[in-house]
Every structure is written in structure tokens, then in C-alpha cells.
Design a protein around this ligand. Structure first.
Ligand SMILES: [Fe+2]
Length: 385
């Protein structure tokens, strides 16, 4: 199986792919000039085996690692500030982001602000990038196949003052390396495997439907769908099969590359729901996807044939793609509506106003007014799929 190969990629950043590559963490840190790496992960992962292994691998190689695990499912700016303090107090020299999207996003935020006075929100995606360089080196090690966040410095962080999620990044800051080891994902429980896998699927679909000529990202999106399509329904029931885990991990990475082009209303709305209700990002996306697809239908007809072909579907129009998505969500036991996951906003218009200002809303294939976004939220809350 191709997905069991060990291979080094140089696109879009150096990537060490293959089962067992996690053992190269210490050498990767050292190659980036580190003696005192700080491992950052989320609270839910703190006691998992891979954190202990990371610290052991680093210590056994003669490095002096530290751990910062005070990160919630939707990381906040306050947590990033605490991580920066831990980094500086411990005289660390590199950040290892280890975990799912939360751990990686927190690690990226810390690496943006560590050893400088520039505040986190100066790196807001919507603002001109500050004229800074010499970022603390960053190594990303995903343990879920979903976020695809391992090749970029952009991070979704909750702004605790404004009560919204914002994107922080800097164009000169990229991970020094990423390690994609499918073995790290085999311990993920079935529910989280499904939810994170849905996030990757949504990345590929939303990115491909962004109305922009971008053949590199479109190619990445379609190949992501080709890998994820057959793997996602199987991975939940065959959690230990490395070739399926490898397909999901590579597909998730490609889907992450594809959304350099942008995302859409699933993410714009999901970001705001995550900030307000602290829901799981992938699960929220999965629940929102059918309602957003129905809204976008008039604008994505031409995108459906390539997506359907990549997914191996018989019916290659919108209805074929839509039916595939709904059947897959059923098979993965994804709840049908927002209400079913405890999200019943009483002020959809307020939520829609926030979502309309999210960068992902600007690249949605069909322009949506605040009232139209509110209607999608009501639709996803009450009907779903
Ligand atoms: Fe996402």
C-alpha cells in the first residue's frame, strides 16, 4: 500500500510522512536548532500516550523538553499568553505543536508571539501583517486526521474580549517541519475519528467550491477527496488499519493545503458557534454542511462533477454529491441538527452578523446577506438534514 511508505515531501513545507516517523521528533527539533523544545497540546490530550512518548523521545536524545497543556478545545488568546509565559520562563527555543487542531492552533499562536512584545491580535488575518521576522521555530505533529493545520502558521483563536473566533497568522512564519505518522492516529476514539475526518472532508469541499482560479489548490482538494472518500466510512470501523489511517492523514493534509484558497460558510458559521458554545469544530462543521450545501446549490453546480468523480460516485451532479454527504453523515452517526448537539441559538441574526465578518464568509461561492446566513443557522438548528 502506498500509504504505508516512508517518504519525505518538501511541499508545502518539509514533511516526514510514514508509520513510525514520530521517532524522528528529536532529530527534527535538533535540525531546527533546538535544545529546549516546548511541547504544546490540549488538556484532553495531556494524559495520552503520545505526549509521554514525545517527552521521552526528546529527553532520551539529550534535549530538555517542557510541556504546556493548558489549552481548551477552542483555544483562547489568554491561553496563548500563558503559553508564551511558559515558553519564556522555561527559556525554550522551539515549539512542538502536538495533537488535533486545538493543540496545533495554540502552538502556532504561541510561536507567533513568543520572545516579542507584539500582541497576538496584531497578527489578525484581517489586518496588515506586522513587520517582524525571526519567529520561534515551529514543528507540527498532528494526531488527528482532520485539521490539516500542520503546514501553515494560521491559527483560529477565540478572542475573549470580542467573543468571536479570529484567525492569526504571518506570511513569513511557516512550520520548520511537520511529522505525519499514521500510527499516532490509531488511538483516536471512533467519535473523534469521525468528527475530525468530517472537518477534512469539509475543507476539501469548501476550498474546491471557492470561486477562484487556483489549479494548485483545486488539485489538492480533489486528491484529498479521492483519498478521504473511501477511507472515511471505513476508518471508524477499522481503527487500527494503518493504510486507511495513512490515507486519512495524507488526505487531511492535502485538504489543509487546499484551503489556502479560502473556505466557505460552513467554517464562517462554525467558528462563531465554537467561540460561543465551545463545540467540537469538526462535529459542528459536519452538522452545518447539508444546510450550507443547500444554500450554495445554485453556485456550485459546475463543481459537482469533478468532486463526484474524485469521490467515486455514480451520480455526478449536485444531488449526487448532496446525497453522498447525507448518507455519509448518517453512517458516521453525526447528529442531524444543531439542536441535537446542544446548540439552539435564540439570536441567529447576532450569530450571523459575526459569521458574516469571518474571512471564510468572503470566499463562499454564493454571496450571503446577514439575514440569509441567519436563515441557514435556523435551518441547521431546526431541520439539519
Ligand atoms: Fe476546519
Amino acid at each position: 500500500m502506498l500509504t504505508l511508505e516512508t517518504v519525505d515531501w518538501t511541499f508545502p513545507v518539509p514533511i516526514k510522512y510514514g508509520p513510525g516517523r514520530f521517532a524522528e521528533l528529536a532529530a527534527t527539533c535538533r535540525a531546527a536548532g533546538s535544545e529546549r523544545p516546548l511541547v504544546i497540546t490540549d488538556r484532553g490530550s495531556r494524559d495520552l500516550d503520545f505526549v509521554e512518548r514525545a517527552l521521552a523521545v526528546l529527553s532520551e536524545a539529550g534535549l530538555s523538553p517542557g510541556l504546556f497543556a493548558e489549552v481548551s478545545p477552542n483555544p483562547t488568546d489568554a491561553e496563548a499568553e500563558r503559553g508564551k509565559a511558559v515558553f519564556e520562563d522555561g527559556q525554550h527555543d522551539l515549539v512542538v505543536g502536538l495533537g488535533g487542531g486545538s493543540g496545533l492552533d495554540a502552538a502556532k499562536a504561541v510561536s507567533l508571539i513568543a520572545r516579542r512584545d507584539t500582541p497576538l491580535w496584531a497578527f489578525d488575518f484581517d489586518e496588515p501583517a506586522p513587520d517582524v521576522a525571526d519567529f520561534v521555530p515551529l514543528i507540527c505533529v498532528p494526531t488527528t486526521a482532520g485539521t490539516g493545520a500542520e503546514t501553515e502558521s494560521s491559527a483560529m483563536i477565540t478572542d475573549t474580549r470580542r467573543g468571536i473566533k479570529g484567525c492569526v497568522w504571518h506570511p513569513r512564519h511557516k512550520p520548520a517541519a511537520a511529522i505525519l505518522d499514521p500510527e499516532l492516529t490509531t488511538g483516536l476514539p471512533p467519535g473523534l475519528t469521525a468528527w475530525t475526518g468530517c472537518d477534512a472532508l469539509v475543507h476539501a469541499i469548501e476550498a474546491y467550491c471557492v470561486p477562484m482560479f487556483h489549479p494548485m489548490c483545486d488539485g489538492a482538494a480533489l486528491e484529498a477527496l479521492r483519498l478521504i472518500g473511501p477511507a472515511l466510512p471505513r476508518v471508524v470501523n477499522h481503527p487500527g488499519e494503518l493504510e486507511i489511517r495513512g490515507a486519512m492523514l495524507a488526505g487531511s493534509c492535502l485538504a489543509g493545503v487546499s484551503f489556502l484558497k479560502g473556505l466557505g460558510l460552513v467554517h464562517a458559521i462554525s467558528h462563531m458557534i465554537g467561540a460561543e458554545y465551545d463545540t467540537h469544530h469538526g462535529l459542528t462543521n459536519a452538522v452545518l454542511l447539508p444546510a450550507v450545501l443547500r444554500f450554495n446549490a445554485p453556485a456550485i453546480q459546475r463543481h459537482c462533477r469533478p468532486m463526484a468523480q474524485a469521490l467515486g460516485l455514480k451520480r455526478c451532479d449536485f444531488d449526487g454529491v448532496y446525497r453522498y454527504v447525507c448518507d455519509l453523515l448518517d453512517a458516521l452517526a453525526i447528529p442531524a441538527s444543531l439542536s441535537d448537539i446542544g446548540v439552539a441559538p435564540t439570536d441567529p441574526t447576532g450569530l450571523a452578523q459575526k459569521a458574516s465578518r469571518d474571512p471564510a464568509a468572503l470566499t463562499n461561492p454564493r454571496r450571503a446577506s446577514v439575514e440569509e446566513i441567519a436563515e441557514i443557522i435556523r435551518d441547521a438548528r431546526d431541520t439539519g438534514r
